[in-house]
Design a protein around this ligand. Structure first.
Ligand code: F6R
Length: 604
């Protein structure tokens, strides 16, 4: 994980670097630091804590260039020593690293035997010590000698006290973008080109084991043998806006409330059986025999619902797998499987690895993503954007509902192309879908009720969320929201599985949160509620208005708008987002940046 950033150019490197790091904080916020060269010496400053703390304390004036880092700890606890940049034992080279060096332990032992003293517990420090051990006046050469020794994934940026005119960068399986201006006065390196701060840049991306020597407005690129290479340069204009909470107490709440609008954005140009162009022809769509959706966390939950859309609407066999599992499976794949990679960030390491495996087996990849120019969209055959706007809160909310919209409309388009729709069916379905933004407003009007319920339920340590079919996935997603921001244990389960084990858990200290909006299984979920009630479990139900019977069995009910089963996940999960938000608030948690997490999971 982690974000790396570097700047060399006509502006103040420290100021630019701090701004760049703020844009990368979504990649980790355990610790942060900056290094540069001042008068022939490496100067660095780092802090265990967020960038706001670094900004208050850092006092490095007149840096000739700067590299910076925001960390999500993998190897070594969160501490100042383990924060990047790491400096070699001779205090000549500073390095920032994103990724994991899997063989760091043996490399470290080897260096220690040669008498090298280590200052941190990290895997990253071995890189700078190795480069230092090879350095004989040519930094590029020393980096080239180091790379073959490293196992794992990395994007690195290094500076040397004797070369204040260059930043050396290299990458393997981790994104690294280099940008320079037309006037050749400044260059930026970054884990994410969206951190280029709203200026027009010429951008190139490093591929595996390539090395670049970045100077003011110039880049020299080399392959693994240090042979100069040329590369496609893309023009990039980023839309830099300081994220604002716009009066909301947290980004999460703001993003929850944005959903009526972001859902409309996701529908725009797509709420039609013809959909928009997304890189696949009608012939290709007809040729697919099945769909395999890959994602992690919340995106995987959206993907699981998406798989049901493909089966229910387009009559196409579909499944969703968690990417970290899928990447090590050996599924039977080929050109007639459409693989969909779904990711808010487009940078999730496991999702990328899984789609790369599928690509090797001849599959075409469709990326569904919220971030323009992300790795997923660059590697996919075709892409669909969520158009939800930046999602700042680590806990994903608006991206999820936009993913549902896109998957829903895509499945409808497949149904249309494959001739599975009865006359008028698409129109009546779309009419229901277009009601969703308004129905969500109705859910939001229940925020005071949800806040009261949060006060009542916040003291419990464990929760059990359940539902059937579409509501099973909604239950899983709502449970994830709660555990992520409130640090309470919450399980999301198919209600039909209750008797096969989890019923043993039921007791007055375990609230059951039941999602009841799947009307096809309404009688079944009511029976499940009775079974829980008979055993003394408190019940909080989320139910559609027409399912009045719920009132007789549940302790508390949040009434939701009635809609089709396929569309019920919208209102249910958004009510779940609000419940999780208010419980986290009640418990005084850091809602936008929960402990131990990062917005973008760029390591395995
Ligand atoms: C949960 C959450 C995570 C992400 C997951 C995948 O609220 O945000 O579970 O959904 O890390 O991230 P993306 O969608 O960027 O691939």
């Amino acid at each position: 994980m982690c974000g790396i950033f570097g700047y060399i150019g006509s502006k103040d490197p420290l100021t630019v670097c701090l701004k760049g790091l703020e844009q990368l904080e979504y990649r980790g916020y355990d610790s942060t630091g900056i290094a540069g060269v001042i008068a022939g010496k490496i100067a660095s400053y780092k802090e265990a804590g967020k960038i706001s703390l670094l900004k208050q304390k850092i006092n490095l004036r007149s840096l000739e260039l700067a590299i910076g880092h925001t960390r999500w700890a993998t190897h070594g606890k969160v501490s100042q020593e383990n924060a990047h940049p790491h400096v070699d034992a001779s205090q000549s080279i500073a390095l920032v690293h994103n990724g994991i060096i899997e063989n760091y332990s043996s490399l470290r032992d080897g260096l220690k035997r040669q008498g090298v003293l280590f200052a941190s517990e990290t895997d990253s420090e071995v890189i700078v010590q190795l480069v230092s051990s090879f350095y004989r006046g040519d930094l590029c050469k020393a980096v080239q000698q180091t790379l073959p020794l490293l196992h794992g994934a990395f994007a690195i940026a290094l500076i040397h006290k004797d070369h204040p005119d260059q930043i050396l960068v290299a990458a393997r399986e981790s994104p690294l973008a280099i940008g320079f201006d037309d006037e050749h006065t400044e260059s930026i390196v970054s884990s994410d080109p969206n951190a280029f701060l709203g200026r027009a840049f010429n951008v190139l991306f490093l591929h595996d084991d390539e090395i670049a020597c970045v100077q003011k407005g110039r880049v020299h690129l080399f392959d693994q043998k240090l042979v100069p290479i040329a590369k496609k340069i893309e023009r990039f204009e980023t839309d830099y806006q300081t994220p604002s909470k716009e009066g909301f107490e947290h980004f999460m709440l703001k993003e929850i409330y944005e959903q009526p609008k972001t859902i409309q954005n996701a529908m725009f140009g797509r709420a039609d059986p013809n959909f928009e162009k997304f890189g696949f022809s009608e012939e290709e769509i007809k040729s697919f025999k099945n769909v395999w959706i890959l994602g992690c966390g919340t995106s995987a939950h959206a993907g699981s619902i998406g798989a049901m859309y493909f089966e229910d609407l387009a009559k196409l066999p579909a499944s969703c797998d968690i990417a970290s599992e899928a990447r090590y499976r050996d599924p039977i794949l080929g050109p007639d499987t459409l693989v969909i990679g779904i990711s808010q960030s487009g940078e999730t390491a496991d999702t990328l690895a899984a789609i790369r495996e599928a690509k090797k087996q001849g599959c075409k990849i469709l990326g569904i993503c919220n971030v323009l120019h992300s790795t997923l969209t660059r590697e996919a055959t075709g892409s669909i954007f969520l158009k939800a706007g930046p999602e700042i809160s680590v806990c994903s909310t608006k991206a999820f509902s936009s993913q549902l919209v896109v998957l829903n409309l895509l499945a409808l388009h497949f149904a249309h192309v494959r001739g599975c729709l009865a006359p008028g069916e698409a129109d009546s379905y779309l009419a229901e879908l277009k009601k969703i933004p308004e129905q969500i407003q109705e859910v939001m009007q229940q925020a005071p009720t949800l806040q009261k319920l949060a006060k009542k339920y916040a003291h419990y340590h464990d929760f059990f969320f359940m539902g059937r079919r579409y509501m099973f996935r909604a239950a899983q997603e709502a449970a994830l929201k709660l555990k992520e921001i409130s640090y309470v244990n919450a399980n999301g389960y198919p209600a039909g599985e209750l008797k096969h084990g989890p019923l043993a858990l039921v007791n007055p200290q375990l609230p059951i949160v039941a999602f009841c909006s799947n009307m096809k299984t309404q009688e079944k979920i009511l029976s499940n509620l009775m079974e829980v009630k008979a055993r003394g479990g408190p019940i909080l139900a989320f139910a559609p208005k027409q399912l009045k019977e719920v009132a007789a069995v549940a302790d508390d009910v949040v009434w939701l708008p009635s809609t089709l089963d396929e569309l019920a996940p919208f209102a249910s999960t958004i009510a779940g987002q609000l419940l999780a938000y208010f419980i986290a608030k009640e418990k005084g948690c850091d809602i936008d940046q929960p402990r131990n997490l990062a917005k973008s999971v760029t390591v395995e």
